[in-house]
Unconditional design. Sequence first.
Length: 319
Amino acid sequence: MNDLVEVLVRAGCVVAAFLVLPLVVGQAEHKVMAHMQGRLGPMYAGGFHGWAQLVADGVKFAQKEAIEPAAADRWGFRLAPAVALVPYLVAMAAIPLSPSLVAADLDAGLLFVLAASAVGVLGTLMAGWASANKYALLGAMRSAAQLLAYELPMVLAAASVALAAGSLNLVTIARAWDPLWLLWQAPAGFVFVVAGLAELQRPPFDIPVADSEIFAGPYTEYSGLRFALFLLAEYAGIVLLGGLTAVLFLGGWRGPFDGVLGPLWMLLKMFAVAVVVIWLRVSWPRMRADQLQRLAWGALVPLALLQLAVTAIVVAARG
């Protein structure tokens, strides 16, 4: 009975974090972009600093009609938002806020998170295929090409850290972290963040949803709460990317007084990565499809392989 209660409590905490943290990132995106670009609108809703902007967006989505194209594959069309969102909920269960504050402390936690988060792109593919819309299908195919190009460098960068720590367990990796990793694992960190941005289809890698070319890509036919679920999946992906980056390259909960403030350090590092993601959105232009593929295969994959080789040499030299 106690085991069942513990499982339910852990699951409840993960769901609560999943419901709150992506919304916080969404609110932060409104405010950071408003400050960086001098936007006035997001600063007015609700009065003080536009605190109700996210609430206003939610009400707007809830009031919109959920329209389905006549020729759409109805089950695929309806299930796609959930397929895009749920994998991030599953993956978040293995992200540790501290050595004792983790829902699922898995021996192969890193592998589990990477595998689970990669499933989310299937929701985008389903949305494009089921919409019976050529723009949506073109966006879905771009998503597939982008996933194939950037999954490899992301996994190679994560493998470099796992090799340095001697484990796939995320808690063990964070414990093994050393400040010197900020230097000698920096190339892997760069590759990991860039590849993560591309997998999330965030600017400057938002070619699948290029509004100036293919309207909204795979999401062209979506409206109302279904479209909002895709946005929530994007913010959940940012939270997951921030959590993984913090654990692998920034020491996770490690910091002054981490015995007490460990979870706070972890959250601060996660949101620091989220702010960088938002910053890139407002400061970099969209890449072309050929530029995106050239960056992946011509730069990130060789750099990740080189970093993996350097890590293997260092680990072997240390014995």
